[in-house]
Design a binder for this molecule. Structure first.
Ligand SMILES: [Fe+2]
Length: 259
């Protein structure tokens, strides 16, 4: 599997404090079946990481992993705060590609602006964003316009509470999810695991576990290589309303599948 969003680089943000902890996290990822991780340290005012620092840290970590016989390859990415993304020049933004963190600003304006610069934004954990929880149709419109969404596996398992879990399941039913990532920060409290989330979601979205490969291999490969997303599997059919007791809001507008 490929994990498109994790904080594994030592000392760059709120992830591991040193290389030993990064290696421990990589071992946990390897045990969880992850073969490629995109290191996405925060890029925001309190963590003003530069592309060159991120690339150097990735090189150092990959060297350590090879020495320790850990079969995991780490690639360079970033979780760029949206406001920051709007300020960066094209070269820096491309170098930092991958994720964007959402805050309460002119989301649409910034995201359309990034797309106009020839990039395909991947929104990190929209299920944890109150803006979209309040108005899911806003996210549906962004996806219809080409935005990709990466949700956090632990959201499906309830780590961020029932509201986030319910919203994550709704997004899966609505076909608004393109990737499931770990957003791991360490090997103990927020470890890199992708499948436990699907296993937890299976109880409420029967059949989703069988689609895990699309969200953790097929789509991430396309995103990493800049290819069009292969057709998304049809979301499992919603259970009758009487069984869907955990979810309280009506479904967001369905969006057309990525071709
Ligand atoms: Fe993150």
């Amino acid at each position: 599997m490929i994990d498109l969003h994790c904080h594994i680089l030592p000392g760059l943000d709120d992830g591991p404090v040193n290389l030993d902890f990064s290696v421990a996290m990589a071992r946990a990822a390897e045990e969880a079946g992850i073969v490629v991780m995109v290191a996405t340290p925060h890029v925001r005012s309190d963590h003003p990481n530069e592309p060159a620092e991120i690339e150097a840290a990735v090189r150092e970590l990959n060297t350590a992993l090879a020495a320790e016989n850990v079969e995991l390859r780490v690639l360079a990415g970033a979780e760029v705060a949206l406001q920051k993304a709007a300020e960066l020049d094209d070269e820096t933004l491309r170098a930092l590609c991958l994720g964007y963190r959402s805050i309460d600003i002119d989301l649409e304006g910034i995201l359309w602006g990034i797309q106009a610069r020839g990039l395909r934004p991947v929104l990190a954990h929209p299920e944890r964003c109150p803006i979209f929880q309040r108005d899911p149709t806003r996210l549906a419109r962004l996806v219809n316009g080409g935005l990709l969404c990466s949700i956090t596996a632990a959201s499906l398992a309830g780590r961020f509470g029932s509201t986030v879990r319910k919203f994550s399941l709704e997004l899966l039913y609505d076909g608004l999810v393109h990737d499931v990532a770990s957003d791991a920060h360490d090997h103990l409290h927020r470890p890199p695991d992708l499948l436990k989330g699907f296993e937890s979601a299976e109880e409420d979205v029967p059949g989703i576990r069988g689609q895990a490969t699309w969200f953790t291999v097929t789509a991430p490969v396309a995103i990493l290589t800049g290819k069009p997303l292969p057709r998304m599997p049809d979301p499992p059919p919603r259970p009758p309303a009487s069984r869907w007791r955990r979810l309280v809001r009506p479904p967001a507008a369905r969006v057309s599948r990525q071709g």
